[in-house]
Design a protein around this ligand. Structure first.
Ligand SMILES: Cc1cc2nc3c(=O)[nH]c(=O)nc-3n(C[C@H](O)[C@H](O)[C@H](O)COP(=O)(O)OP(=O)(O)OC[C@H]3O[C@@H](n4cnc5c(N)ncnc54)[C@H](O)[C@@H]3O)c2cc1C
Length: 246
């Protein structure tokens, strides 16, 4: 068995992103580490004991590197062990982890990019956007579209932040699409892949092969999106970077 060094992270701030869905934004500070280096989009493996065993679950880093701190965005899964443990943490409580891990990271060189997420799949995408727009040389003027899908208006996580970036940067485009909108909802409706398709089809044909998609969420959405991009739009699989949560 590979022995991985374990670190301790202490919860320093938490807030509900959506109470009906029980989704939380958590901010941790790592003990005995002045700077935590990772690449935006990666995940941590959190560990905790349960009945004499060690339980490990992956959680995407929902922030770009920031001193010894990191953010998580997580959903309480009914009867789930780790998500309930995290959702019930109090400020000052600690959790152990190893990492960073994973290859869900932005390509270098960056091309025009479609960021597609549903639910807490927004976590690594928030990390991407924070990193991209922290310095103009990171996004390099590339066109970046974020298509975010969820059920209700009340579960559009981090909307104010993405709206602000879209306001400040003409090359960042943000579309929130709802599968169960209220009557007053005048923005996107339906599945994320339909919006992604429209964005791609609006581009000149010569530019469609010159872009990448980054897709994160539950397997059903990730598979449907990859299928659409490959089979209907003829994309190469190398143009699609994805992370599945289940
Ligand atoms: C690379 C990676 C990154 C991830 N990042 C995040 C993240 O940023 N935020 C986040 O909230 N989750 C994330 N997940 C999912 C997370 O790892 C756990 O699977 C989830 O929190 C459930 O764990 P649990 O111990 O609470 O539930 P468990 O005790 O493992 O499962 C309880 C029940 O819930 C079902 N279930 C398991 N996972 C899910 C799920 N995601 N949605 C609905 N039902 C589920 C199981 O089938 C089971 O029936 C990520 C997963 C991967 C692989």
């Amino acid at each position: 068995m590979i022995e991985r060094p374990l670190h301790t992270a202490r919860l320093i701030h938490q807030e509900w992103l959506s109470e009906p869905n029980q989704t939380k934004h958590l901010v941790f500070a790592i003990e005995d580490m002045p700077q935590f280096n990772f690449t935006a989009g990666q995940f941590l493996s959190l560990v905790a004991p349960k009945e004499g065993k060690t339980i490990t679950r992956a959680y995407s880093l929902a922030s770009a590197p920031r001193k010894n701190e990191f953010d998580l965005c997580l959903n309480r899964v009914q009867d789930g062990f780790f998500s309930n443990l995290l959702c019930d943490m109090k400020e000052g409580d600690a959790v152990r982890f190893h990492g960073p891990h994973g290859a869900f990271v932005l390509r270098n060189p960056l091309r025009d990019s479609l960021l597609i997420a549903t639910g807490t799949g927004i976590a690594p995408i928030r990390g991407f956007v924070q990193w991209l727009f922290a310095d103009d040389s990171n996004h390099g003027g590339r066109q970046i579209w974020l298509v975010y899908g969820t059920r209700h208006e009340g579960s559009i996580y981090y909307r104010d932040y993405f709206d602000l970036i879209a306001h400040d940067y003409p090359n960042f485009h943000y579309i929130a699409t709802l599968s169960r909108p209220s009557e007053g909802w005048s923005e996107g409706r339906g599945y994320v892949q339909e919006h992604a398709r429209k964005i791609i089809e609006a581009r000149p044909e010569s530019e469609r092969g010159e872009m990448d998609a980054y897709v994160c969420g539950l397997n059903k959405m990730v598979s449907a999106t990859r299928k659409m991009l490959k089979e209907e739009l003829g994309w190469d699989r190398k143009q699609i970077v994805f992370e599945r949560y289940d």
